[in-house]
Design a protein around this ligand. Structure first.
Ligand SMILES: Cc1ncc(COP(=O)(O)O)c(C=O)c1O
Length: 308
């Protein structure tokens, strides 16, 4: 099957041909990174012939919060953005898994890094995007870079300029032969990876850094905390995590809209637990995969259908 390509964008309040959705080289966000973005998934459910958006209102709420940190003045709401997104996806007519990229950006052109006296808007586009469980797991290292701090560029929001930090972390890890890297805060504790939140399981308890540890307030993180507690009956603690606890973990996984749920089976050439995909991670992945695709009745409120 050939998967169709992106044809439209949501731009300046309308659905337009993708070629029309372009900005000037003089654009402020292009010059200074002063914008925010998101990443939302649509999952194709073949038996229902439906495309389900996963928690779009939560993603748009975070986008608007990220924009608020940058003093954006926007009239959009999570509901109005979800409606616009449904319209965009209907125009595309996708019948496959997709990834949606909303961008909140400064529309003003010209020189001068600042956040005041500027105009703003939101654009969106979607691309086909599939994923499957990385059975062999990922091999990660600890990055030599430190995580951006709340007092530098707040990482709780998805702020465009802050992703230079993620890009440095990711490329250095990949070019050194790893799949990704975990990054420490300035105080030496674990924050997350270049583009996903971190969980470890040790002695039957799951731990993840708190939202005050310079992590993105991940929607997948929030989802998995609930599934771990409610469905798998596990204790989940949000707390500071030391580097050497990571080396002693029984299971580790990374999570996010882009990566979904990735088991980490080696850290700095040390096996995590047995060095194989752990049973809890596999169980959680199966559960999560069903939930996002609208196959678990109890969590259907998280699945927003695109088609009428
Ligand atoms: C740095 C970072 N952490 C965590 C996440 C996961 O967030 P979410 O689950 O909301 O996609 C992402 C991806 O969006 C990210 O870029």
């Amino acid at each position: 099957m050939t998967i169709p390509q992106t044809k439209h964008a949501y731009f300046e309040g309308e659905i337009v041909p993708i070629e029309q959705a372009s900005i000037s080289v003089m654009n402020q966000t292009f010059n200074y990174g002063t914008g925010a973005f998101g990443g939302i998934r649509g999952y194709w459910n073949d038996s229902e012939q439906q495309l389900f958006l996963f928690r779009p209102a939560d993603h748009f709420r975070r986008l608007l919060d990220s924009a608020k940190l940058l003093r954006f003045d926007l009239t959009h709401t999570p509901d109005s953005l979800t409606a616009a997104l449904r319209q965009l996806l209907k125009a595309e007519g996708w019948k496959n898994d997709v990834y949606i990229r909303p961008l909140a950006y400064v529309t003003t052109e010209g020189i001068g890094a600042r956040l005041h006296n500027l105009d703003h808007d939101i654009a969106m586009f979607s691309v086909p995007f599939e994923s499957k469980l990385k059975e062999e797991g990922a091999h990660v290292t600890f990055s030599a870079w430190r995580r951006v701090d709340d007092n530098h560029i707040p990482p709780r929001g998805k702020i465009i300029g802050a992703y230079v930090n993620s890009a440095l972390i990711k490329s250095d890890a990949v070019l050194a032969g790893f799949d990704d890297a975990l990054v420490l805060n300035n105080d030496g504790h674990v924050s997350e990876s270049s583009g996903s939140n971190f969980f470890m399981v040790r002695n039957g308890v799951a731990s993840t850094p708190p939202v005050t540890a310079n992590v993105l307030e991940g929607i997948t993180r929030r989802t998995l905390i609930e599934l771990l507690r409610v469905e798998l009956g596990l204790e989940v603690i949000e707390r500071q995590i030391d580097r050497t606890e990571v080396y002693l973990a029984d299971e580790i996984f990374l999570c996010g809209t882009g990566v979904q749920l990735v088991p980490v089976t080696r850290v700095d050439h040390r096996p995590v637990g047995t060095g194989e995909l752990g049973s809890l991670t596999r169980e959680l992945y199966e559960l999560f995969s069903g939930v996002v695709r609208g196959k678990v009745e109890k969590y259907r409120q998280w699945n927003i259908p695109v088609y009428d």
